[in-house]
Ligand binder design. Structure first.
Ligand SMILES: Nc1nc2c(ncn2[C@@H]2O[C@H](COP(=O)(O)OP(=O)(O)O)[C@@H](O)[C@H]2O)c(=O)[nH]1
Ligand SMILES: [Mg+2]
Length: 469
């Protein structure tokens, strides 16, 4: 939707504006509020209070239209929003105050929010309609059941995902998800740190062993330890207390694989590859959901034609995400599905086409040939496509993930890796191995089975969450 700047303005409105608004509404008290006559709106004082800032500003820009006509809950709500800490979660708390579950009260509040932000009515209606449908599908009734999802959707729609509040929510989720990996890496490192006064030769040997057994892998471990020794030596430090921070910085450094950015002629075609069971279908659903929330028109194509159940499962996810769906019968040629899906995407003005593919590994050679063919055929129908080839790997498989990445990378040249099921595995060390061995960036991580459980991967955040510093 792209009205983030407006949102900021709304949050950080001059305090004079708030005072004016308060003055005009405080007399009768929020409960007994009577309709304010036009003239007593804070409009005039708003303009006076900020003549230098925005002489042209209409009152509507500072006092949203929705509130001007308000004589019920709207004005008090607006005031409390203004005075609140500028965080989406705080804000959502106020918005949902007194709302018990789905229904008209909730839609009204959301509509008020979008109106206050001067979002186009169509976008607001679409957001609400999609959310209402999702609540029906999921059979969620009460705020406690859907609050987190609503916040995620708002963060995407309002382009607030990078804001501090969402970032700290993600950190928390990441920290929780990495708990077992933390046990297998960080706790053990803390153990060997606490048993010595200074970092010595024995420490480095034990560190190597910890990392190798925690699925970081032999080569990445040697590389990481070498760099850590160098970093500590340069800093002239043997202080155990300084070690975790050095390791955090070194890990973040290792994760800095530049993303490949290329100009995309829409529709952007993303081909998802990976062996069965890693979470490909789920991830496609989650990616579609994100893109839809960001205002993109999404088509999902069922290129895993091997089993009818795979097609049906993908269709369920497409529905859940509110994306359109393209499939041919089970057993049809996946390359033909891709080709026709692109035609549909071109004709229908789609922004993004997510293409699922098969992942049966026991016929390895055939699978790789099939994927190569899909790539060739899509490129013929739509210049530059697939624009991204994304491998989905399952973190719980440990070193297997490395083998899979090697295999797929050789066959279809990967642009990105998405690592699923990081939640609840002790094998999170695999992230380090993947990042350091292939030069292919990890772009998202899966932290659970829900829609909101796919998040952009940030190496620095990951390192911080893992090491707790
Ligand atoms: N805990 C967890 N489970 C996941 C994640 N991603 C996918 N799954 C589960 O993994 C299973 C296989 O997923 P699916 O998408 O069907 O895999 P596909 O065969 O690669 O298409 C399903 O039960 C998903 O719910 C994740 O990030 N965390
Ligand atoms: Mg699948």
């Amino acid at each position: 939707m792209g009205f983030f700047s407006k949102l900021k303005k709304f949050w950080h409105a001059e305090s004079a504006v708030d005072k004016a608004a308060e003055a005009s509404s405080s007399a009768p008290g929020p409960e007994a509020a009577t309709p304010q006559p036009q003239a007593s709106r804070p409009a005039a004082s708003t303009e006076e209070a900020m003549p230098r800032e925005r002489p042209q500003a209409q009152p509507a820009a500072a006092i949203p239209a929705a509130a001007q006509a308000a004589d019920g809950w709207q004005k008090p709500l607006l005031l409390s929003l203004r005075q609140a800490e500028p965080r989406l979660s705080v804000w959502l708390g106020l918005l949902l105050d007194g709302v018990e579950g789905k229904g008209d009260a909730l839609w009204e509040r959301l509509r008020f929010l979008f109106e206050s932000l001067e979002a186009p009515a169509g976008e607001a209606d679409e957001f609400i309609a999609r959310f209402a449908k999702w609540l029906d599908d999921m059979e969620y009734e009460r705020v406690a059941e859907f609050r987190s999802e609503l916040q995620y959707r708002l963060a995407l729609a309002l382009e607030l995902e990078d804001e501090e509040d969402e970032r700290s929510r993600l950190m928390l989720k990441l920290s929780e998800g990495l708990e077992k990996t933390r046990q297998s890496i960080t706790r053990r490192i803390e153990g060997i740190l606490s048993s010595r006064d200074a970092i010595d030769e024995g420490f480095w040997e034990e560190l190597e062993e910890i990392l190798i057994t925690a699925d970081v892998g032999y080569e990445p471990t040697v590389k990481l330890v070498q760099r850590l020794r160098e970093r500590m030596r340069k800093a002239g430090s043997t202080d155990p207390a300084a070690f975790k921070e050095a390791m955090r910085d070194e890990l973040a450094e290792m994760f800095r694989t530049p993303r490949r950015i290329q100009a995309v002629n829409p529709p952007e075609v993303v081909m998802m590859v990976g062996v069965n069971g890693v979470g490909k279908t789920t991830t496609i659903g989650k990616l579609a959901h994100r893109a839809q929330m960001q205002g993109r028109k999404v088509l999902i194509a069922a290129g895993d034609t091997f089993r009818a159940a795979a097609i049906e499962q993908l269709e369920v996810w497409a529905k859940r995400a509110g994306a359109d769906f393209f499939a041919k019968g089970a057993g049809s040629d996946p390359a033909a599905v891709a080709y026709e899906a692109i035609e549909k995407a071109l004709a229908g003005g789609y922004d993004l086409l997510l293409l699922d593919t098969a992942g049966r590994l026991h016929t390895k050679v055939n699978l790789m040939e099939e994927l190569k063919k899909i790539k060739r055929v899509t490129g013929k129908r739509h210049e530059g496509s697939p624009h991204r080839t994304v491998l989905v790997v399952d973190a719980t498989t440990g070193q297997n993930a490395i083998q899979q990445t090697k295999l797929f990378n050789e066959a279809v040249e990967l642009d990105e890796i998405i690592l699923t099921k990081l939640d609840g595995t002790a094998k999170g060390g695999i992230v380090v191995a993947l990042a350091s061995q292939f030069g292919v960036p990890i772009t998202f991580v899966g932290l659970g089975e829900k829609m909101e459980d796919l998040r952009p991967f940030d190496g620095k955040d990951f390192a911080s969450a893992l090491l707790g510093v």
